[in-house]
Write a protein that binds this ligand. Sequence first.
Ligand code: NAD
Ligand code: UGA
Length: 458
Amino acid sequence: MPFEKNILCIGAGYVGGPTMAMIAAKCPQYKVVVVDINPEKIRAWNNGPLPIYEPGLDEVVNKARNKNLFFSTEIEKGIKEADIIFVSVNTPTKTFGQGAGQAADLQYWEKTARQILAQSDRCKIIVEKSTLPVRTAEAMERILNNNPKGLHFEVLSNPEFLAEGSAIRDLEKPDRVLIGSHETPEGLQARRELVEIYANWVAKEHIIESNIWSAELSKLTANAFLAQRISSINSISALCEKTEADINEVAYAIGTDSRIGPHFLKASVGFGGSCFKKDILNLVYICQSYGLTEVAAYWESVVKINEWQEKRFVQNMLANMFNTVAGKKIALFGFAFKAHTGDTRESAAIYVTRWLADENARIVITDPQALDNAKLDLADIKEKIEFETDPYRAAQGAHAIALLTEWPLYRSLDYARILKTMAQPAFIFDGRNILDHPKLFKMGFNVFAIGKAALKHF
Ligand code: NAD
Ligand code: UGA
């Protein structure tokens, strides 16, 4: 039986791989091909182990791979055959020229548009899946629709809201799917086609339709609001440490107000991940370019508080360990930017490690999934770092443990056993507030959590 539709996704990363695997698993009537310029990645998607760690992803991929889900490096062929093309390439922060350090680097994006045009001999729907500056679709359309072949490409915005570590759950039961289009007859027709794909498993009331610019801007805004909540609670955590208020109690008390809500109020060593900082800086740049200086400054402060929180964590370690960590062994529990992922992009752990290395500490890093990425992130200071899969061995002889990722396994370790093997006095800095602090203190640890009074034996 021929497939009803040919769907292509350009970019087989954290978003392209899982989202397309979900579409293929839920819609056996469509053929879904995912292409990438990176042959290693495609090999891994085809033969395993999968190139990213994501709970539940193996099962979804196995259900559809080589039936109606295919991973390939044949980008041109994929474009030719496709009716609908999702573009899910990376959109990192620009590192050069105008807007360096803030604006989105759209070079991969533009290359993709030109490639789509070169390989197309019929009209297609193009879906922006990557996170992009508002009004990117305009540029994309100019490139695509300015062609001598007389082809028309309708561009839709369908930003992705999945979070790493819970991607499969988020894709299977999304809070919402957002689809933006032009409100022309062609735009609305293309919008309907995309709605139809998601409607195979997402209830209609969870599919939001909007104009294309609202969809583009909603993605940046959602990430900015989420990150803003973390910076807000982290800013209050600093005040808690000065006043003996407890940040968990404050977060609970405010989160029970239904207007505020309980989510994203966990104080931490700082938010990481490939997107929050990048997307907020992008928003800041866009605001500046429209002359909205105050709006830009407001959102930039969210990133500044995060950087301050990361630095404050290390300064706190230093101050409490008698103002020196030089030559002292410090075990870092966790390196991923959050639990249940091996991703370390913009992880607070990277900054903490670098500052501790500058202080000549002897650093041992342990993490159940992220050690390979950690080695790449720290390649330039590798002589200062040891990597250890076993947390007990990582802590042996250490003066301090800094817990940086909230992996559940760190909650269930035998800390009495760990304490016996550590240098004394022993310190724990809990950057995620997941440990039983009074219990650790009673055992003999000096305990420093985020937004809580320190528990010290001296
Ligand atoms: P990623 O780096 O994991 O994957 C992007 C992939 O695109 C890479 O494998 C790269 O090789 C490939 N690529 C780049 N240029 C290409 C080209 N011309 N042709 C074919 N392949 C090409 O990135 P990601 O985390 O999947 O993010 C992709 C986009 O989705 C970004 O805009 C990001 O902001 C957004 N986003 C990410 C997440 C997340 O959780 N990671 C969530 C929501 C949205
Ligand atoms: C985030 C958003 O949650 C997704 O909706 C969005 O699609 C994605 O960015 C994206 O655009 O890339 P992600 O970065 O994968 O997802 O993970 P989050 O769960 O949002 O966590 C981000 C960071 O904030 C992590 O470092 C996490 O530990 C930290 N965090 C989160 C806190 O410090 N406190 C909290 O209460 C929540």
